[in-house]
Design a protein around this ligand. Structure first.
Ligand SMILES: [Zn+2]
Length: 254
């Protein structure tokens, strides 16, 4: 296989891999965004349920306290009647103490009920807050759902189309070269670079004059001693690199 054909095959593969990695990054970002929102919703619903259970407990406790208080006022009524029937001073004192004790217990219940009312009011406000946050989030998720689903589908379709194309492009690259390509690509993100003026187009480090001459003879590839990318020689820089190279003030070793 001619070197130029191998270079073309590698460059085609590198271009496709760049597109593919952009698409895959976008796909995973979109997926994460969606699962973040869903996680936020799940936590909100959990918080709402916990608060609702607490409010239920408080309502039950308040019910019991109110029943207690009612019983105490009935008892107090009875004690007052007893007081009106009391004849001896000893009896009067005893019933008065009883009434005083009941009154104190009754006040305690009332205070507890008041405390629970305050807590329960706050908990209900929390529930309202969680509820409106939830509605907003659901609205957000719902409003963009169709658009997002079709965007995701489109991305997924593009990714699998590019992966199919890739299989064909890989066939055009000699296996040994492909293995080297994959090894570098996994470490560096891209695996192909070229030189036209003595530096590596990817990392801009100068290569030795000997390596440069060898590449220029166009007999074989080499690997950049600095970034390990597969290097070949070009007469001109690729258009997308030309401006960049000029900015770097590249030196000609030719
Ligand atoms: Zn390099």
């Amino acid at each position: 296989m001619k070197l130029q054909a191998q270079i073309d095959a590698l460059e085609n593969l590198a271009k496709l891999d760049a597109t593919l990695s952009t698409l895959e990054a976008e796909l995973s970002r979109e997926g994460e965004l969606l699962s973040d929102k869903k996680e936020q919703l799940r936590r909100l619903e959990e918080r709402f349920e916990i608060t609702r259970a607490t409010v239920g407990d408080m309502d039950r406790t308040r019910g019991e306290l109110m029943q207690d208080a009612r019983q105490m006022s009935v008892q107090m009524e009875r004690s007052r009647e007893k007081l009106s029937r009391s004849r001896s001073e000893r009896e009067v004192n005893a019933v008065q103490r009883e009434i005083e004790e009941l009154r104190k217990l009754y006040r305690d219940r009332e205070q507890e009920i008041e405390k629970i009312n305050g807590l329960s009011e706050r908990a209900r406000q929390e529930m309202d807050g969680a509820n409106s946050e939830r509605s907003a989030l659901l609205g957000e998720l719902g409003a963009n759902e169709t658009a997002r689903a079709s965007h995701l589908n489109e991305l997924e379709a593009n990714v699998s189309a590019e992966r199919e194309k890739r299989k064909e492009l890989v066939k055009a690259v000699p296996p040994v070269l492909y293995r080297r390509y994959e090894l570098v690509r996994k470490r560096r993100g891209s695996a192909v670079a070229y030189t036209y003026g003595g530096t590596c187009s990817a990392c801009h480090i100068a290569i030795s004059p000997m390596m440069f001459q060898k590449l220029r003879r166009g007999e074989d590839f080499d690997q950049c001693p600095s970034c390990q990318r597969i290097l070949y020689f070009r007469i001109d820089p690729l258009p997308e690199d030309a401006a960049d190279e000029e900015a770097q003030g590249s030196e000609s070793t030719a």
